[in-house]
Design a protein around this ligand. Sequence first.
Ligand SMILES: O=C(O)c1ccccc1NCC(=O)[C@H](O)[C@H](O)COP(=O)(O)O
Length: 214
Amino acid sequence: MSCMVKICGINSEDALIAAMSAGADALGYVFFPPSPRHISLNGAKTLTKRVPNSILKVGLFVEAGDEALETAIAAGNLDVIQLHGKESPERVAEVRERFGLKVMKAISVSTADDIEAAKAHYDGIADFLLFDAKPPKDSILPGGNAVSFDWTLLTGQNFKSDWMLAGGLDPDNVAEAVRISGAPWVDVSSGVEKAKGVKDARKIADFVRAAKGY
Ligand SMILES: O=C(O)c1ccccc1NCC(=O)[C@H](O)[C@H](O)COP(=O)(O)O
């Protein structure tokens, strides 16, 4: 069992170095001001410059307009646009076409119906599907809430798009989550932090090792 790993919420030099040295395959930068992981355009410019082409630079947005996307893509030299709000399939296709980049659509999951709806509306439209738990009712964040969902909902599923499992993963549960779901990619933020928005180098290393089965 081995899978690809995305570390989301890179917002400091320490986090960047920790994720790159641990062997992360993709790094996520949060362009959503209400988030404790939000990164400025200048911050993104600095923290993406040293990333080799072998590691995907993913910008996370919530219902952002074209101008905001364009500025962040230029600042961060992004490879993938992660849409983590209520963007429609038409908007996903439009962003993909307009910017010529890969697009990842976050899918909020609590029941099997959510997987079926994603298959019907976004599979093959987005380059990546990111299955994440539905946010708690009182959360101001649509993701990054350290909440997981029933991984068996993904067992044996096939998608046209590449896909990632996210939500409440950590170094202790990620191997089991991959075994049950069959995920080719995992994505984590809260589970590798020492405080909200502050990454922990040891947890990042442990997470990547566990996900890749070293
Ligand atoms: O991280 C945030 O603050 C955030 C804000 C708005 C939308 C999405 C956000 N995070 C998404 C992620 O970090 C991951 O893609 C995923 O939700 C996993 O998060 P976690 O449960 O914290 O590992």
